[in-house]
Ligand binder design. Structure first.
Ligand SMILES: [Zn+2]
Length: 172
């Protein structure tokens, strides 16, 4: 309930009206050559891709037109990124967040982690499926899990639901 303005203040202050504006605003935007490749590969093949710098051979993620280290054009030497990796840091959130793209409350219960994808020098911040604090460990091995329903694909990296803990034979 709004505070009742004092009579004296009401005489001198402007009166504001409040208009509730509740309209969805769908929009289209061009993803460009490099990010567009990420969206296309995710949607059509459930793959992550980066581009390799011709000079230092590093894989750029997200893909970029220019290598930041070498200041040379990176070009389109596309490399498929591995779907498995190792958690090197994780964050277990106990409060809700807002989705910056949609303005909706994020009911995502999944902890986020920095995952070093296997053997490619690429780090990826993403959700973990595991929500049991006791089972979250630095060094745990994980694998990307993609949306199953084709109709829901099309959100680029958002097409990955989370990274699932994997059991492997033998110690790393
Ligand atoms: Zn480079």
């Amino acid at each position: 309930m709004p505070a009742q303005p004092s009579r004296r203040k009401a005489d001198t202050s402007p009166e504001y009206i409040q208009v509730k504006f509740d309209r969805p605003r769908p929009y289209r935007w061009s993803t460009g050559k490099y990010l567009g490749k990420v969206y296309k590969e995710a949607k059509e093949n459930r793959k992550m891709v980066g581009n390799r710098c011709p000079k230092c051979k590093q894989i750029l993620w997200p893909p970029l037109p220019v290598c930041g280290r070498c200041k040379v054009e990176a070009g389109e030497d596309w490399v498929e990124l591995p779907q498995t990796g190792t958690v090197i840091q994780y964050t277990y959130l106990v409060f809700p967040m807002w989705d910056p793209h949609r303005g909706e409350r994020w009911a995502n219960p999944y902890p986020s982690a920095i995952i070093e994808l296997d053997g490619c020098g690429v780090y990826h911040r993403y959700w973990l499926e595991e929500t049991d604090k006791e089972k979250l460990k630095v060094g745990m091995r994980v694998q990307a899990v993609w949306k199953e329903n084709e109709e829901e694909l099309g959100e680029g990296m958002g097409d990955i639901l989370y990274f699932r803990t994997i059991e492997e034979q033998g110690a790393r």
